[in-house]
Structure formats: C-alpha cells, structure tokens
Design a protein around this ligand. Structure first.
Ligand code: MG
Length: 318
C-alpha cells in the first residue's frame, strides 16, 4: 500500500522509491537547511541563517563542520571531489580544500566585469571543469541569509566560470535563477526560476511571477533554445537534481516532485514543510538526502545522480 507520504502519478515511481514507507527524518533543529552534498562518507549541508555548515553520518549523527560558513548555500563537488560552495556573505563561489577549514578555499568567482556578484545560490560542475552557478539576490535583500546591500550588477544572471578562469553571463533574462543541473549527457542545462518568492523569509508566493524550471541546449559556453520545462506548484522550485536516466527531482512547497525527461509529473515525496534541495549519496549512491526547512530527511531510491554517472565515465573521483 502506498504511504500518504508518496504520491505515484506514474507506476514508474514505485520502481524509483519504496512508496510503502515514509521519508526518514535524520536531523532537525535548524532554521533553513540547504546545500546537501555527499562527500567522504558524510552528508554535508548548510544551515544558512545560522551561518554554519553541518555534517552527518550514520555513526555520528549531525555535528557542526564549520562554525562560520558566511551564509553558504548550494554545494556540489568538482572533478577532484572537492566541495564547491556558493557563499552569500562573501558574495562568491569558492572551492573548499577542507570543508572544516574556512581559510582553505580558492575563489572561483566573485566579480563580473568588475562588479561584485549578488549572492551565488546554487552551483554545478560540468565534466569539462567549468563551474555553472546562479546569482539571485536572496543573500543581499535581507539580513536573514546574508548582509543587506544593493546589487552592483543590477540583474540576476546565470554564470559559467570557464576552466581558463574567465566568467561568462550565459543567461540574463531570469527573475531569480536558483537550482541548476545538467542532463545526463550534458547536452541540456536545467535552471529553476524562483521569482514567485520575494525573499529568504518566505513572506508569500506570487504565482504571477516565475515558479518554473527552464531548459536550454548547451553548446560549449553558450545556452540556446530556452523554454519552460515544467511549472512547479505549490511553491517554487529551489534546488534539484537530475538522475542517471534524466528524471528531474525538484524541491517544492510540498516536498520533492519527480518529473520525466519530458517534464511530466511522475510522483511526489510529500513533506510537511517547504523543501529547499536534495542530493543523491550514501554508501550506495542511491540514497536521497532532502533539506526541508528546519530538518533533513533521507529516502532510499533506485536512482543515482547523473553527474556521478557521467563523472564515472570521465574518471571523476566521486
Ligand atoms: Mg537555492
């Protein structure tokens, strides 16, 4: 029997997750969790308003990994398996050589054409080493997730930091670009637009504004043929992941939605709070970890992250 915590729209969904159980809460007591990433046998995630990064393992439970994370948000891994983080406070994207050492970082991007970025939100690394990220204003438009400031750039762009260190604005027509991920063959890039929420404190949702995922064709550093892939409701899409067969698993107000590569709803993992992001990890690589408001859940699946599969083919050490 299907649990009320899962909604199967397509029978496929029952082969993706065990719909007879319930998502398991593994950590709570935070304010706003984000940036889940599996690294060195542990789940790392950020508690953004508390300016700290946490780590969790089955053996230890949740512990503080970094006391001052400078309001870090989205995390991913680079080609060498190092953590790449979006830092609201520093208004930059950084590579961490040791997630527990705030000084052991390289700056990947902090300025565009001489002006400070807004507050990088989420990030993904392509198999050619380029680093793609979004730059909405959630870290500068209040003091909840960063330091209030005016935007120097005057827009919320999607950027690509090329392997040669140059920074390129690859999409400039978003309201508030947010989560992003490549298709399994990296021929397409998905980017969420969470414009329907005004700020970090979720004062309300204006559904006249964007709450969808767009998809682009990718050719080197150029995006083309941008179109709406799926409108997400209730709530907005924040972070998401694409699995090894191109299914898109996105956050929403009511949990996680699974979409087919064509954008059709396959099923939902229902959670009681606004959900911010998710990742695949665990010792099997198939455990989904979900950051959802003040807590973190896990769900056992048969899915793997597209980036990990591609990385395996290209020798990436994940
Ligand atoms: Mg986000």
């Amino acid at each position: 029997m299907t649990s009320p915590r899962f909604i199967s729209v397509d029978p496929l969904f029952g082969t993706f997750v065990d719909t007879t159980g319930a998502p398991e809460q593994i950590a709570d007591g935070y304010v706003w969790t984000e940036g889940p990433v599996w690294l060195d046998g542990q789940l790392f995630f950020n508690d953004i308003p508390n300016k700290r990064m946490m780590r969790w393992s089955e053996a230890t439970g949740a512990q503080v990994a970094l006391e001052n994370s400078e309001f870090a948000n989205g995390n991913t891994l680079d080609l060498s398996g190092r953590m790449v983080s979006c830092e609201h406070g520093g208004r930059r994207v950084i590579r961490r050589h040791d997630p527990t050492d705030p000084g052991a970082v390289d700056v990947i991007a902090g300025h565009f054409e001489g002006r400070r970025l807004n507050s990088p939100n989420d990030v993904v690394v392509c198999s050619d080493g380029s680093v793609w990220f979004t730059d909405p204003p959630y870290g500068i438009n209040s003091d909840i997730e960063g330091y209030p400031a005016q935007s120097e750039i005057g827009g919320c762009y999607v950027y690509c930091a090329a392997p040669d260190g140059t920074l390129h604005a690859v999409a400039t027509d978003f309201d508030k670009p947010n989560g992003l991920a490549f298709s399994p063959d990296e021929s397409r890039l998905y980017v969420a637009d969470s414009g329907a929420i005004k700020g970090a404190s979720f004062p309300g949702i204006d559904y006249d504004l964007p709450h969808h995922i767009r998809v682009f064709d990718v050719d080197g550093l150029t995006l083309s043929n941008g179109r709406v892939f799926a409108v997400i409701a209730p709530g907005v899409p924040d972070g998401f992941r694409v699995d090894h067969e191109g299914f898109v698993w996105t956050s929403a107000l009511d949990g996680v939605h699974c979409l087919s590569p064509e954008g059709a709803l396959i099923g939902k993992i229902r959670l009681p709070q606004q959900t911010s992001n998710l990742c695949f990890g665990g010792t099997d690589g198939q455990t989904m970890f979900i950051t959802s408001s003040d807590r973190v859940y896990r769900v056992h699946t048969t899915r793997r992250d597209a980036a990990h599969v591609l990385a395996g083919r290209k020798g990436k050490q994940l």
